[in-house]
Design a protein around this ligand. Sequence first.
Ligand code: TYM
Length: 338
Amino acid sequence: METENTERKKVIFSAIQPSGTITLGNYLGALKNWITLQDEYDCIFALADLHTITVRQTPADFRRHTLEAYALLLACGIDPEKSPFFIQSHVNTHAQLAWILNCYTQFGELQRMTQFKDKSAKHADNVNAGLFTYPSLMAADILLYQADLVPVGADQKQHLELTRNIAERFNSAYSPTFTVPDAYIPKQGARVMSLQDPSKKMSKSDENTNAYVAVLDKPEDILRKFKRAVTDSDSHVCRAEGKDGINNLIGIYSCITGKTDEQIEAEFEGKGYGDFKTAVGEAVIEHLRPIQERYADYIKNKDFLEKCYTEGAQKALAISTRTLNKVMKKIGFIPKAF
Ligand code: TYM
């Protein structure tokens, strides 16, 4: 008897908002994994610019940030030949499926999202409906590509769980339509903390620029930020409860160098926090240096960027239209005859 070969590579989808600075947290929590997963999986990546307008943007800055983020992600190592890499607003299926999924998402589910609670407290003057329904758009992004895995940092876990619930709800209301995705959260780097208040996540929107390292920060700024990182009054470099600052720096150093916690503790045995902070800063600088050099080339080459994001959008549109058509047919919309 012939056995059918139904094996396919697993599909990965992920996205990042082009909302200005891309931080070391974004890089270690998500981007670094996107790059390494490209060989093993069918990957599709996006700049989630539709998500970004949930917070008011200045048009010229928004355009510039989007192009810069595109160039930076290529510089980090996204290979657009292997992995379609597009700008979300160029692919209409995202907004269309997001509307549909809004009708399969409960108000109470959205109300429970901690990111909504945080962001609506932070932008109390602009708690718009987009901020509230943001997770249905994110679910649309993922489900359109039938993604198996979604590499993200720990802060996106709750949105992924909601995506799974929406997919399962739709599948059981009709018939299997969406692949139910799993979050792919790294062991190290899933939650890079602020350098100024290590009880808080490192965030690009932090008012204190010493709290985060941007992937494009100058080497001297990176070193200064690590040297000033808030730690504790002990001096022994080891992981321990209550040593949030040092735990964070050990996590960053481990992600960058590939060393285990034990190796790091041995390396800094008998040395103080000062030496350790300098070593972390220097390791980060050396790791980011080639990315910064490639970025400087890409950002000058607007034609190349345009070619990449156009081709990426065309490929993404072809794949996502298949899913959208299937969904619309199942719901009962009359298929378009043109
Ligand atoms: P965004 O743009 O806030 O962040 C992009 C990625 O970076 C991760 N991240 C972190 N990881 C570790 N430590 C940190 N301090 C840190 N800060 C951010 C995030 O977890 C994320 O993986 N809603 C998403 C973008 C999005 C998306 C999607 C992601 C839109 N559609 C579909 C996955 C799939 C967001 O705002 O990420």
